[in-house]
Ligand binder design. Structure first.
Ligand SMILES: *[C@@H]1O[C@H](CO)[C@@H](O)[C@H](O)[C@H]1NC(C)=O
Ligand SMILES: *[C@@H]1O[C@H](CO)[C@@H](O)[C@H](O)[C@H]1NC(C)=O
Ligand SMILES: *[C@@H]1O[C@H](CO)[C@@H](O)[C@H](O)[C@H]1NC(C)=O
Ligand SMILES: *[C@@H]1O[C@H](CO)[C@@H](O)[C@H](O)[C@H]1NC(C)=O
Ligand SMILES: *[C@@H]1O[C@H](CO)[C@@H](O)[C@H](O)[C@H]1NC(C)=O
Ligand SMILES: *[C@@H]1O[C@H](CO)[C@@H](O)[C@H](O)[C@H]1NC(C)=O
Ligand SMILES: *[C@@H]1O[C@H](CO)[C@@H](O)[C@H](O)[C@H]1NC(C)=O
Ligand SMILES: *[C@@H]1O[C@H](CO)[C@@H](O)[C@H](O)[C@H]1NC(C)=O
Ligand SMILES: *[C@@H]1O[C@H](CO)[C@@H](O)[C@H](O)[C@H]1NC(C)=O
Ligand SMILES: *[C@@H]1O[C@H](CO)[C@@H](O)[C@H](O)[C@H]1NC(C)=O
Ligand SMILES: *[C@@H]1O[C@H](CO)[C@@H](O)[C@H](O)[C@H]1NC(C)=O
Length: 870
């Protein structure tokens, strides 16, 4: 079996005819850097691609320009004949401005071309931010190499770094960025490094921009055992999200011997490599009535998908939704004709990618912005000050120390040492934005101006060394007060600076070291960590929040009983009856609808818990949690005032006369799961809801779901018997057996209850029904599944209108949530992830139906996607 390596011989070659030149197209968002290009030659339009290249000099401060020598047999187009090489420093980085959270195709080109007459092609590492992308080995890739990755940006700046790993000098020829749609080429995790991208043809032409609007480079590929089909008709690509150029689709390959499978193989570079393959197929042979073309796709022994029938003159893209590991050192992808097919398999184009994980998070973005402004304001140009300031740790910037919690937590800058750096001017105000800074050393420079007040406000600072400068004026009183409390401040050797606010007598030498009382510091720290905190993150990432959402902080929270009576119009309209009191409709200031829960009085102990609970709940804020607007705490009258949810609860809707679609149900499940996830991981200490059930999932006027009554069950168990603190709280049917038996509460109890809710959503059956073979819903579903009776598990009201893969996945997920042992249950983050995937496949189905197409394309050929009845 041949492998695909040889297709890469020709990519740099100028014989690079693009069939039909379109008009110069939109290059929006493209970045094209010709590395090492002199500023006076920049910019220029490259004639074959019509792309405008500019010099890289605005994006990097280091490195030198070089020019490759003519490589016999190869002709390079202009952007790839110049280069930048990096004789100094270990890590040299480009900093590019990008759009955050955007999928980019990032291309870097490397050609050595003996630019230095030393005949020693380099080998070095390429990084994206703090994570390694790949190793560039020009000793092997003697004709140069093109490295490509599809990567979603995490911030507004992207750093591409060349890291010296041996004695040779890194070089780079060109750097190109092309934004892509955010919904294509998305792996389960990590980013996609291109292994190859070919179209199957016997021509020699490489296809790229402008024929490919995203400037993907399609190399021709052909094997002798294939036959090429070609059409002069056009192939419709408008329904496929991948914008595959028509020129790539008008040819296709089939096996020359119609009874043999079609095989594409390639080498595995590292045994652990995980692959994604994207197959682009369109039937380009007009089919007679008695013709069928149908085949299965396999990748190794464990992965198969099919049967597939390419649509006539219409491209579809098939890919594995979970990564595939190849068997041994070679990957084999096979297209195998099914017995009923009269025609052999067919394929037009294929791309393969290797997953690259990017586990190391970047340094805290505010710290990065601050340190870069400090760098700019002092005009520093230190060779190590490139790329991420703190990570990877071996490339830590000179003069910094950082805090490294773990790989997934952004590092923070803890100390800054700019002593003896020949810096002038004032103490840079940007320093105050390094909010975790503990030690600041600006000694032995020529700083002028006063000692700024802000230093006293930087609460984390323990040591400030300003000695040996030209500072003047007086030290702010606030800073002197801090010194009394333990700050170490050195202002020695500033002849014009005095250390007291009166400043009548000139003091030359002031050293005010006071050792911080470790005891008091410890107390402060433990007080801080004891405080209950929830990360404020819901509103920024979750859909459906109006931008004018008033800040809870600024609103009045405590109401008198008279006000409560007024807002409910003397308890005029009853919304419902809760476990611990009546719920009334209310209105604050005539514009904000609320639900007011009047709590039936129980015990003194209950009151204390009520107060702690209220304080806690006022801090919890997430778009999928019903928020507490206020409370009333007046002698015998305790009330909780919540956001009003116009559309009642989920239970009502499931049992109501109108039918909720599968998409609506999934959206509600996701919303509720996000709310729970927040309680579990967004809050410290975590909050266990303890009473997740369909009647506690409320719907607002937009049908966005929000969890109600969270945390409350801790102080108000059902029935108001709060004094029995050991009482197991919850609702029968939703209650986790393990918790019931052991009395040990964990967030996995909520996962169990959520699983029960999910089963309700899927089946629309009562949670407990004594007339059923199995009264409890989880037992019943299990029973039905073992009988293989899937159809009758699903809510008949759905009338089969759902993607079966999506329904299956949701069902499996629900069943894992209700596992008897809490250890076996997933966490809520996993649940959210899985539900989103369910939603994606359902959305795909509805899109396909809307476009009235028969082939369901976006399916995986991963073995894990089509669950089998257990
Ligand atoms: C480099 O290019 C030359 C000329 O086209 C070719 O003969 C040679 O095989 C190429 N080497 C590699 C490693 O691709
Ligand atoms: C391509 O297919 C889409 C959807 O099937 C259709 O709406 C469109 O008209 C087709 N375009 C051409 C040029 O046939
Ligand atoms: C096609 O392949 C089959 C199975 O390997 C073989 O028996 C047959 O001889 C082949 N036909 C031709 C024309 O090579
Ligand atoms: C299909 O039909 C054509 C005529 O329409 C005929 O020539 C051909 O033999 C048929 N093929 C098969 C496999 O039946
Ligand atoms: C093709 O796939 C289908 C469904 O996965 C399977 O039933 C069939 O046996 C497969 N056929 C071949 C030839 O592998
Ligand atoms: C295929 O599945 C078997 C059994 O699950 C496993 O042992 C083997 O490693 C898998 N092979 C690959 C290439 O994933
Ligand atoms: C193959 O064709 C026969 C006759 O048309 C049909 O009965 C059978 O279901 C088909 N098999 C598959 C796997 O499609
Ligand atoms: C420092 O923080 C303030 C307030 O957060 C902000 O306005 C300012 O732009 C920041 N300065 C820098 C250099 O980031
Ligand atoms: C990293 O640290 C954070 C905060 O301490 C913690 O929540 C998280 O679980 C840790 N992650 C890993 C992978 O250890
Ligand atoms: C410090 O700066 C002042 C004013 O800019 C200048 O006169 C003086 O020579 C500088 N001193 C040193 C040591 O650079
Ligand atoms: C401050 O800097 C001076 C000169 O660099 C040094 O001698 C002194 O030890 C430093 N003091 C402190 C407290 O760091």
């Amino acid at each position: 079996m041949k492998n695909l390596r040889r297709v890469f011989l020709s990519f740099l070659i100028l014989s690079f005819c693009i069939f039909n030149f379109l008009q110069a197209q939109d290059q929006q968002g493209f970045i094209n850097l010709d590395c090492g290009l002199q500023a006076n030659e920049s910019p220029y339009t490259e004639p074959t691609t019509k792309l405008t290249f500019t010099s890289d000099s605005d994006y990097i401060n280091t490195g030198k320009s070089g020019r490759i020598q003519n490589v016999p047999g190869l002709e390079y187009i202009k952007p790839y004949t110049g280069l930048r090489y990096f004789p100094d420093g270990v890590r040299n980085c480009y900093t590019l401005n990008v759009v955050q959270d955007t999928n980019y195709l990032i291309v870097a080109m490397f050609t050595y071309g003996n630019y230095d007459n030393l005949d020693t092609p380099p080998k070095f590492d390429l990084y994206l931010g703090p994570n390694i992308w790949t190793t560039v080995d020009l000793q092997i890739k003697v004709n140069g190499t093109r490295e490509e990755i599809i990567h979603v940006t995490r911030s507004t700046s992207l750093q591409v770094c060349l890291v010296k790993t041996g004695t040779t000098t890194p070089v780079i020829s060109a750097l190109e960025l092309r934004p892509l749609r955010n919904d294509i080429y998305i792996p389960q995790s990590g980013s996609l490094k291109t292994r190859f991208r070919v179209y199957l043809t016997d021509s020699k032409d490489i296809v790229r921009y402008p024929v490919d609007v995203h400037d993907r480079l399609w190399s021709p590929f052909f094997m002798p055992e294939w036959k090429i089909l070609r059409t002069s008709l056009s192939v419709n690509n408008s329904d496929d999200d991948y914008d595959i150029p028509e020129d790539v689709l008008v040819t296709a390959a089939t096996p020359a011997n119609v009874s043999l499978p079609m095989t594409i193989s390639w080498n595995v570079e590292k045994p652990a490599d995980l692959f994604y393959a994207y197959l682009h197929g369109a039937e380009i042979q007009p089919l007679r009535d008695n013709d069928t073309r149908e085949f299965n796709i396999t990748a190794g022994p464990n992965v198969s998908y099919g049967p597939v029938s390419p649509e006539e003159f219409q491209v579809n893209t098939l890919y594995n939704t979970s990564p595939v590991k190849c068997d041994g050192v070679v990957c084999h992808l096979q297209l195998i004709r099914t017995p009923n097919s009269t025609l052999p398999p067919l394929l037009n184009a294929i791309e393969a990618f290797v997953v690259v994980e990017f586990p190391q998070s970047e340094t805290n973005a505010d710290d990065v912005v601050a340190i870069k402004s400090i760098e700019t304001s002092y005009g520093l140009s230190r060779i190590s000050w490139q790329g991420d300031p703190c990570v990877p740790q071996q490339f830590l910037w000179d003069g910094l120390t950082c805090e490294y919690t773990n790989i997934s937590t952004p590092s923070r800058i803890l100390s800054l040492d700019l002593s003896s750096s020949e810096i002038t001017g004032i103490i840079a105000p940007d320093i105050q934005n390094l909010t975790q800074l503990r030690k600041l050393d600006l000694s032995s420079n020529n700083l002028t101006g006063g000692v700024p007040e802000f230093l006293a406000k930087m609460n984390s600072l323990l040591v400030i060394n300003l000695s040996g400068n030209n500072l003047s004026g007086s030290v702010p009183q606030a800073l002197l007060d801090k010194v009394k409390k333990g700050l170490t401040l050195n202002i020695q050797g500033n002849p014009n600076l005095c250390s007291s606010s009166s400043c009548n007598k000139k003091i030359n030498r002031t050293m005010l070291p006071v050792i911080a009382s470790l005891a008091s510091l410890g107390v402060i720290i433990s007080v801080i960590t004891l405080l209950f905190v929830c990360i404020k993150r819901g509103p920024s990432i979750v859909k459906g929040l109006s931008p004018s959402q008033p800040s809870i902080e600024t609103k009045k929270r405590r109401y008198t009983y008279t006000e409560v009576l007024a807002m409910t119009n003397n308890m005029e309209r009853v919304l419902g009856k809760g476990g611990f009191g009546m719920v009334y409709h209310g209105n604050i200031n005539g514009n904000e609808e609320v639900a007011v829960k009047l709590l039936s009085q129980s015990s003194a102990q209950g009151y204390k818990e009520f107060k702690t609970e209220v304080e806690l709940l006022l801090r919890v804020y997430h778009t999928n949690l019903v928020s507490l607007v206020g409370y009333c705490d007046e002698k015998d009258h305790l009330a909780l005032i919540y956001q009003y949810m116009a559309n009642g609860d989920l239970k009502q809707h499931l049992s109501g006369s109108s039918t909720m679609s599968w998409v609506d149900r999934l959206n509600i499940a996701i919303d509720a799961a996000l709310g729970l996830e927040y309680l579990h991981i967004g809050c410290k200490p975590l909050i266990v809801h303890r009473d997740v059930k369909s009647s506690n999932i409320l719907l607002d006027d937009q049908f966005q779901a929000k969890l109600a009554d969270f945390g409350l069950s801790r102080s108000f168990p059902v029935g108001g018997e709060s004094h029995v603190s050991t009482l197991v709280a919850g609702t029968p049917g939703y209650l986790d057996h393990e918790y019931y038996q052991t009395n040990r509460l964990s967030e996995k109890s909520d996962v169990y209850s959520f699983g029960v809710v999910l089963l309700e959503i899927i089946t629309n059956k009562p949670v407990i029904d004594q007339t059923r073979e199995k009264p409890h819903i989880a037992e019943w579903v299990k029973f039905m599944l073992t009988r293989g009776d899937i159809k009758n598990v699903m809510d008949p009201k759905l009338q089969g209108m759902y993607d079966s893969g999506s329904a299956w996945k949701a069902l499996e997920l629900a069943m894992t949530c209700v596992y008897h042992s809490s250890l076996d249950r997933p966490n809520m983050s996993h649940v959210v992830h899985e539900l989103k995937e369910c939603l994606m496949s359902e959305n795909k189905r509805t899109r396909d139906i809307n476009s009235k197409r028969s082939l369901d394309i976006n399916l995986s050929f991963g073995s894990d996607v089509n669950p089998k009845a257990r």
